[in-house]
Design a protein around this ligand. Sequence first.
Ligand SMILES: Cc1ncc(COP(=O)(O)O)c(C=O)c1O
Length: 351
Amino acid sequence: MSWVEALARPEIVALKVYEHAAWRPELERLHANELPWSPLGGEPRNGVNRYPEPQPRVLLERLAQLYGVAPESVLVGRGSDEAIDLLCRAFCRAGEDAVLVCPPTFGMYSVSARIQGAQVLPVPLSMERGFALDEAQVLERCTPETKLLFLCSPNNPTGNLLDERSMLRIARALAGRALVVVDEAYLEFADRPSLARHLGELENLAVLRTLSKAYGLAGARCGTLLAAPQVIRLLRKIIPPYAVPTLTLDAVLARLTPEALGAGEQQLATLLAERARLMAALPALKRITRFWPSDANFILAEFEDAGAALALGCEAGLLVRDARAYPGLGAALRITVGTPEQNTRLLEAWA
Ligand SMILES: Cc1ncc(COP(=O)(O)O)c(C=O)c1O
């Protein structure tokens, strides 16, 4: 039995997978109960009237190239939210296993864990050290039943990168015992290479990436898990059969052409310049008591009266995120960097 099989839920290891309609694009399809005409026009042989290829080969290869891994290490689904959910369902036995998270952090790790009936073990980031990872506490709190650890870097909602060596040491210490999932949803906004380059040497490391943030495709729903091929094969057993809609595939391939990538680079440069402009302007705003540096496309700030600041934003037609419910962030708002005009309007509203 491999370490992945030993770690996963036994019923998932034993699961007989659903046999989706065979993918034989060279033949005309009379095997999947589809309509033979495409309602949106175009070629009915491969239009939206057809079920898509389950894990489209062309997309796996393109994403593998984008993220610098082998196609066998790629699972693609409806946003990285789907990968988080699949990980919890594949590895955590309800009522027995646990997921470790480092709050304040992205809420879906705990939500997916709880839906699966897994315990959530919180090991807070250290606010005094700029929301740094508490490596010693993480290792100490990890029980034999802790199957997954979610480390978010850059972290949402605090915006900071976690220490790379700490994350690698944690993964090494838990080799064969738990899967360490590093969520790099915002990595394109930071000046740091992906931890995916360590996948070959650390089999229990997994990395989440998404096209929802820097690539501007939140509405297309395309997220990727990068992990050891055994982990990917396990999750392919439970991902719904047609998890990549045809319209998503078209949008993603169009976004990853050289021309679109070039235009995207320019947008990213504008966004980073705007983040710097906001950071430089915040100290002059009296209602802001404190804010943190950001390696993401948002800034976390604490306010004298966060409710009033939220309302002023709304009056200016701008919605920022109320972060007051996060542990330790009782007066904070999270500001997504917008267009230059939007950012100016927000600064004026809070002046
Ligand atoms: C840290 C983090 N991970 C994952 C996600 C989910 O992204 P998606 O499902 O759009 O890929 C988000 C969304 O806000 C996020 O902030």
